[in-house]
Design a protein around this ligand. Structure first.
Ligand SMILES: Cc1cc2nc3c(=O)[nH]c(=O)nc-3n(C[C@H](O)[C@H](O)[C@H](O)COP(=O)(O)O)c2cc1C
Length: 397
């Protein structure tokens, strides 16, 4: 996702500086080339050796001992993204004031790349009006602020000022890097998870869909520059920075959310497992146990995919346990789809709840593509590649 991107990671003298090593590692794992700039205070908390080992690059700590002497300009010009994490109250004040008195502040002043700042400090330092004013100034200047969290502080207290979760920090970097991705300017609507059809206040009819594929698809599309609305019944999987997540419960909720979301959409991916039926009656009080059995009357739900109309690319999922090909081809034509992602959910390591999947892609033009078993996060990119191959040109955009 960050392959080919040059990221300058500024680490400053916060007690959270040790987390800079994990941030550097995650960025490297995502494919970025990472140049770490440590302030002199940060170098008291974490050693250059650690960061050099993680990034396989020289770490910069001072302004005066570099060859060439204008390294700060080279770093600034080469950078696709500058991230300061953790950012002290001190660096925030200095860059808000336009200071250029060390390697990091010089690089920040000289770059034209997006700059992300993740503050970390004691609550009283963070809430101090001077700090708040400096953060506000950075926002006005176009810096992206990654808000700190509330939580336990190094001082033992509790409050806002803890460095944002590392997933959220890396999610913001990916979002900033995605601006020129191959889906830039496209709007994707994705549904995921199994709908829950209430029976009474404590029970529902549901299915085993985990919603993971939908979250991975949303992350992949976000990382490639799309604007993404995810309509899901499921708890978040991974980070959702920049993804517009709408939580719903029933098939009917999902349909009305979809009708609102698909206006101007370029693509709809229906990864949700929508219940075909719902209980005819949802009891308002808990159904009591009674002797003997119980008859449950079900009524049909509206077929969401057939209802979702518009000139967007339409992708459906077919989770089958029998003749996968037959089910997928039927779905492709009966629901007027451009692509069906079909899988046999009875296979081990594939389908619902698993972290991996093996699917077969059925295209409108008759082409069929078999994909090997792979993690759902990788599969998400392959599905987006397939959508790109279909093309958006004859659709909405
Ligand atoms: C043990 C210790 C922990 C510190 N933690 C923080 C912190 O979390 N956030 C912060 O803004 N400053 C913190 N400071 C103060 C900064 O280290 C100090 O303002 C320093 O000048 C920052 O320099 P820099 O911004 O160039 O890295 C801490 C200081 C010490 C001694």
């Amino acid at each position: 996702m960050l392959a080919g991107k040059e990221v300058v990671l500024g680490i400053t003298g916060s007690i959270a500086a040790y987390k800079g090593a994990e941030i550097a590692s995650r960025l490297v794992q995502a494919g970025a080339s990472v140049n770490v700039v440590l302030t002199e205070s940060a170098a008291r908390f974490i050693t250059p050796l650690t960061l050099e080992s993680i990034t396989s690059r020289k770490v910069f700590t001072g302004l005066w001992n570099n060859a060439p002497a204008t390294t700060h300009i080279t770093l600034a010009e080469k950078a696709d993204i500058v991230l300061i994490a953790p950012a002290t109250a001190n660096i925030i004040a200095r860059i808000a004031g336009g200071f250029a008195d060390d390697m990091l502040s010089c690089t920040v002043l000289a770059t034209r790349a997006p700059i992300l700042v993740a503050p970390a400090m004691h609550t009283d330092m963070y809430e101090n009006p001077a700090t708040q004013k400096n953060i506000e100034r950075l926002r006005e200047l176009g810096f992206i602020i990654i808000e700190p969290e509330e939580g336990r502080l190094a001082s033992g207290g509790y409050g806002r000022g803890r460095l944002a979760d590392i997933d959220i920090i890396t999610g913001n970097v990916k979002l900033a890097a995605a601006k020129d991705g191959d889906l830039a300017g496209k709007k994707l609507v994705i549904t995921s998870g199994g709908t829950r059809e209430p029976l009474d206040p404590v029970r529902y009819l549901g299915n085993r869909s985990s919603g993971k594929t939908g979250y991975f698809l949303a992350q992949a599309a976000r990382d490639r520059g799309a604007s993404v609305r995810l309509i899901t019944t499921s708890e978040p999987v991974g980070e959702t920075t920049g993804i517009d997540v709408e939580r719903v419960e029933t098939a009917r909720d999902m349909l009305s959310a979809l009708n609102r979301a698909t206006e101007n959409a370029d693509c709809l991916i229906m990864a949700a497992a929508v219940a075909d039926y719902r209980p005819a009656e949802a009891f308002t009080t808990k159904i009591k146990k009674s002797a003997g059995g119980m008859d449950l009357q079900l009524v049909s739900n509206t077929d969401i995919l057939s209802q979702a109309r518009g000139s967007f690319v339409r992708v459906g999922f077919a989770a089958e346990t029998g003749d996968v090909d037959k089910g997928a081809r039927e779905k492709l034509s009966s629901k007027d789809l451009d692509l069906v992602v079909a899988n046999d959910v009875s296979q081990p390591g594939a389908g619902f709840d698993a972290d991996s999947n093996r699917v077969r892609l059925f295209f409108r033009n008759g082409k069929v593509e078999d994909l090997e078993l792979m993690p759902k996060s990788a599969l998400a990119h392959r599905i987006i590649d397939a959508i790109q191959a279909i093309g958006f040109s004859d659709k909405n955009c």
